[in-house]
Design a protein around this ligand. Structure first.
Ligand SMILES: Nc1ncnc2c1ncn2[C@@H]1O[C@H](COP(=O)(O)OP(=O)(O)OP(=O)(O)O)[C@@H](O)[C@H]1O
Ligand SMILES: [Mg+2]
Length: 414
């Protein structure tokens, strides 16, 4: 379980509540557990949802909000109170602190001030520097059907889950025909539609219980059973599901569909690494070029794409690596060797490569890929927005990472 900070907000003014929510949405590892527009109800909301931090905007009514803070201190002493006000007068700050507030911010709130306050509260809660551990989203997209996207997604997930420091979930976003559950030989009780429909009721413990845990340690959230349910998943609900999964797992792998639909694009948007899986034949390479051109329409997306050649060394009909790289004007990040026999066996037996063929070249290649991808490049941090860097770098861990890919590795490794 990652040390995400769970927040509940009370503010009778819709406008300032929305502004705060928008600021929080840009932060990684913050989960908005509840929001409330009435001071009278907030103590109950906190009592029911047990947030780590209660954010109280006192502007609408100083007396009511200050007595609410006193009540919260009595009834929910584990919930740290952060007070927000447009008036920064000393008397009010003093009263709020005496009532039990731990932090005080004045409006308009600056992102870095909010993040710093949350970090201080987080460090009291979790110890250490209080920075929540970030989550890495890795989306896999095939350039055509059958190129091995699911094989790589599942085995990459198992490879990452083999490290006890990681907690890894795989989301099957091939909403109509996804088969990640077959690869893991599981019959899940719940699917993406259950989580999407209950997102507001789910907390982290409940979420993990709803997911199917494979023996490798990988958690699976499968595609819905019914086609009709697949259609009920829209971008907004998927964004929330991804948010909850990010807040819960250190790594989230998403196996996208070949439709590059709106929901697929939500996953690509959220991903730090987009692994574009191809083989070295003409239809595939043509699609790599087409997709890369289309990706230009989405800001910052192309930069996060890493081209992965699967089934490298398949046969004489393949286009050379050099020619392929020239064709799409981008280096190939990784090559996974061809090993049809092993791959068919692992799928048919529903076991991951790490278990079935730990020493096979294909397994070693995927393990090395997992390592290369998670070796968070220091450049990434340096590439954070300038204002973040200016704020002493202390609070950067809270911001959602619009990660840029590290310099592509050449095709001949590993
Ligand atoms: N490196 C590999 N070497 C040999 N065979 C492979 C390799 N990777 C995948 N395969 C085989 O390719 C076939 C398709 O794989 P997979 O289902 O993972 O592809 P996909 O891109 O997810 O397909 P779909 O379009 O149906 O989602 C499977 O039979 C799998 O065993
Ligand atoms: Mg697939």
């Amino acid at each position: 379980m990652s040390n995400v900070l769970r927040l509940a907000i009370v503010d009778p003014h819709d406008a300032s509540r929305e502004t705060l929510k928008n600021l929080l949405l840009g932060m990684d590892m913050i989960w908005l557990e509840a929001e409330c527009s009435r001071y009278e109800f907030f103590a109950d909301v906190v009592g029911q949802t047990h947030p780590d931090i209660g954010v109280v905007n006192v502007d609408a009514d100083h007396d009511k909000s200050l007595s609410l803070i006193s009540r919260l201190r009595e009834a929910s002493p584990d919930c740290a109170i952060l007070v927000i006000s447009s008036a920064g007068d000393g008397q009010l700050i003093l009263k709020a602190m005496r009532a039990g507030a731990k932090e005080f911010l004045t409006q308009p709130i600056k992102g870095e001030d909010l993040a710093a306050a949350l970090e201080r509260l987080g460090s009291q809660r979790f110890g250490g520097d209080g920075r929540a551990r970030g989550s890495t989203v890795i989306a896999l997209a095939g350039v055509t059907g059958g190129v091995g996207t699911t094989s790589l997604a599942v085995n990459l997930g198992c490879a990452l889950a083999a490290d006890p420091k990681n907690s890894v979930a795989l989301l099957d976003l091939d909403l109509a025909l996804g088969d990640a559950d077959v690869f893991l030989d599981t019959i899940p009780d719940y699917t993406l539609i259950d989580v999407a429909q209950n997102i507001s009721r789910l907390d982290f413990t409940l979420l993990k219980r709803s997911l199917t845990k494979h023996a490798s340690g990988l958690y699976l959230l499968p595609r819905p059973v019914q086609l009709q349910d697949a259609r009920a998943i829209d971008s907004e609900s998927l964004r929330r599901v991804i948010g909850l999964l990010k807040a819960t797992f250190s790594h989230l792998i998403v196996d996208t569909s070949k439709a590059f639909s709106e929901t697929d694009m939500v996953a690509l948007e959220a991903a730090k690494h987009i692994l574009l899986v191809t083989q070295l034949d003409l239809p595939c390479l043509r699609n790599v070029v087409r997709l890369m051109m289309s990706f230009e329409a989405y800001e910052g997306l192309k930069e996060r794409v890493k081209v992965i050649v699967n089934r490298a060394g398949l046969g004489s009909g393949q286009i050379s690596l050099k020619k392929a790289q020239e064709t799409f004007g981008q280096e190939i990040y990784w090559q996974v060797p061809n090993d049809y026999r092993t791959m068919v066996d692992v799928r048919n037996n529903g076991v991951p490569l790490t278990e079935y063929a730990p020493r096979a070249a294909i397994t070693q290649s995927i393990l090395a890929l997992a390592l290369a991808i998670t070796d968070a490049p220091p450049k990434e941090e340096a590439d954070e927005p300038d204002d973040a860097a200016a704020a002493s770098g202390k609070w950067r861990g809270f911001w959602a990472r619009r990660g840029r890919a590290p310099k592509a590795k050449t095709g001949d490794e590993p």
